[in-house]
Structure formats: C-alpha cells, structure tokens
Design a protein around this ligand. Structure first.
Ligand SMILES: [Zn+2]
Length: 214
C-alpha cells in the first residue's frame, strides 16, 4: 500500500473529446470522475476543459481523444491496445492522448458471462463500468505525462497490463501509484520550462494493453 502523502497541488486540465465514439453523458461523467479519483490522493487536481470551474493556474494542459477505432496493436497477440500517448524527449507532451473505446468495450465484453451479467441486463450498469474502465486507462496515460515516465512499473497504475475484471470493478486499489512513482511525482517541478526548440521525438514504447479474457 502506498501511504497517502500531502503534495503541493498539481493542476492538470484535460480537454476530453470523442471521435465517432458517441459517448453517453453517463460514460463521460464516469471517465471524468474516475480519472480525477485515481489522482486526487496524490495532490493532482484534474479539471475538465469546458467545465464551469476553469482554474486560474494550470500546470499541465492535456487533450485526450476517445475514438472508436482500434489503436495499432501491441507487439503480442491476444493483447488489446487500450490507450497511447507519445512523449517528447523532454518528457513533455504536446500531443493528445488516445484511448480506444472499441478496445476497452471488447475487453469488457469478453469477460465470462457471469461477470458481465449486470452490464448485459442494465445499460446504466454497463455505462458505469465503461466510464470507470476508460477513466482508468486515461489515468494511466496521464501518469506517463505527469510522471515524465515513458516506461512501465511492475505494479500499480503504471503497469503495462490490466485485466478486464480490474478495469471494471469498483475496487480502485490496483490503480494506486507505487512508492517510486510517488517519489517521482514529489520531485517533479510544478512548472517545467518548455524546450525552446523542438526536440526530435522519441518513439514512445507505451501501448497500455490488457490481458484478454482468461
Ligand atoms: Zn503505459
């Protein structure tokens, strides 16, 4: 377990957009609530562009697209690519985060019928699970940016792979930061100078993925 630590608040705005994914208002609210809830214990204040409470000071501005089509597949078969973000050499990003609605939906739909029964019977429940899962994928991608980490951890939010059951379940414990991540966040300067000349981009290894149904 990672102890809760009080950190100077880091304000992150996310402009959440959907491309051809026709997100219901309930799914959008779920994404927003879950992404914010994952980061709140660490002093990271996620705000949504378009909301009424636009903060006066913003440390990191991000754009995230939820799109219907699949992302390029990861290197291994039977894995779903759920989201991606490309980081620059200076570990800042000026490019959007991409989340695949289709991949997350296929993953949740692939659960054994007893574990997706409620979602099959009640659209509201399906939307809650979908918003929660998409929010966790988004929270992971946000982690790459604000931790300045183009790599993955063996445990916690910054793992390379999540299971469908973990993504859908109310239990948020599989999505905590590790102690190493918390230390990295604490050492992060709140306002990083932007590179004056564009640096060449490094290929980002991130393809957060998930184990298929087992
Ligand atoms: Zn990742």
């Amino acid at each position: 377990m990672v102890p809760l630590v009080l950190l100077a608040s880091l304000v992150v705005t996310i402009d959440l957009r959907s491309i051809d994914a026709a997100l219901s208002a309930r799914v959008v609210r779920g994404i927003e609530a879950e992404t914010a809830a994952v980061w709140r214990p660490y002093g990271v204040d996620i705000r949504w562009v378009g909301g009424r409470d636009r903060p006066a000071v913003v440390d990191v501005e991000l754009t995230a697209f939820v799109e219907r089509r699949a992302l390029p597949p990861p290197a291994f078969a039977r894995l779903f690519a759920l989201g991606a973000v490309r980081l620059h050499v200076d570990l800042q990003t000026h490019e959007p985060i991409w989340i695949s609605y289709q991949a997350v939906a296929a993953l949740l739909d692939g659960r054994p019928s007893d574990r997706r029964m409620m979602a099959t019977r009640f659209q509201e429940f399906a939307d809650i699970e979908m918003g929660r899962a998409l929010g966790r994928v988004l929270a992971h991608e946000v982690g790459h940016v604000i931790l300045g980490a183009p790599f993955h951890r063996p445990a916690g939010l910054m793992r390379a792979r999540f299971s469908a059951d973990e993504l859908a379940a109310p239990d948020r414990r599989p999505f905590l930061l590790t102690d190493v991540d918390v230390a990295r966040l604490r050492s992060r300067p709140n306002s990083e100078p932007r590179a004056s000349n564009p640096e060449p981009r490094t290929p980002n290894p991130d393809r957060i993925s998930a184990r298929g149904p087992s």
